[in-house]
Write a protein that binds this ligand. Sequence first.
Ligand code: FAD
Length: 293
Amino acid sequence: MKVSEIYGKKQNKDCPSKKSLSFEIFPPKKDSELKNIDETLAVLCELEPDYISVTFGAGGSANCNRTIELAKRIKREYHVEPVVHLTCLHYNKAEIDEFANILTDAGLQNVLALRGDKNPNIAEKEDFRHASDLIAYMKAKWDFCFLGACYPECHPESDGRISDVKYLKTKVSAGAEVLLSQLFFDNKLFFRFQEDCRIADINTPIIPGIMPVINASQIRRMITMCGATFPVRFQKIIHKYEDNKEALFDAGMSYALSQIIDLLVNDIDGIHLYTMNNPLVARRICEGIRNII
Ligand code: FAD
């Protein structure tokens, strides 16, 4: 099933309050970790997400193969809809064609089309400069549902909110039907971004990405990588509990749950959970919103 159909159904008047719940996972780097991913998938799928997205490591066929293998298993063995992430900066049209053929043969229908991060160690190719180029190219040749990434606090390379939203509109016009957001810790910034999008006539579902924090180094790494604002209220929590693993887990889950509940009461279209392949995190969050989402 295409993810766009899931949102079509959710907007049905018969079930007006139902929001989507989706998870992000990453493929294991080593074969020895495959057993762990099985245990993770079993728990995640038991929680009945609407879809699970699988990340993609740019620059190498081994990375692509693991993403596709995992996506195929999610669909065949667990009967949950997978979304395959695909980056384009380091690939040419022939390589993307090959990838699209593999996805089609495997019955995989959903692609989160991404530019990918610039990496000085991997040569960029000329065919695609932006995610919108990838979507426009693939849409003309294949029948996928395309999702796109969006950034409530702007993409780190962007000139600011106006140009970021302008290029997001280009991505949607090229064919992105659902937008998944970068993680953020301050809901006000997400609501402002959503409003900017609606003013710019971007009317696709915009799904907030939430990352429950379970250790202090994880949050510091995330903030450095994506430039997310670290609200004072949250800084105090991390500072107070960073040396107590169990307390930080509880506090991190509570913070994420309070963010999610605030989003849900403000009429967002769904929640995308960055699980970090941790089934305990996903389970705890789902238990916290079982009667709410
Ligand atoms: P784009 O949409 O191309 O935007 C990149 C920059 O270019 C932005 O500053 C934008 O404003 C600007 N821009 C866009 N179009 C134009 C244009 N026509 N002209 C001029 N400027 C333009 N990375 C991975 O490697 N693997 C993953 O699996 C992965 N999954 C992700 C999932 C989500 C939900 C998110 C939010 C990000 C993910 N990323 C992943 C990271 C992503 O690849 C990076 O953030 C990357 O730097 C930008 O990708 P994009 O698709 O958003 O790029």
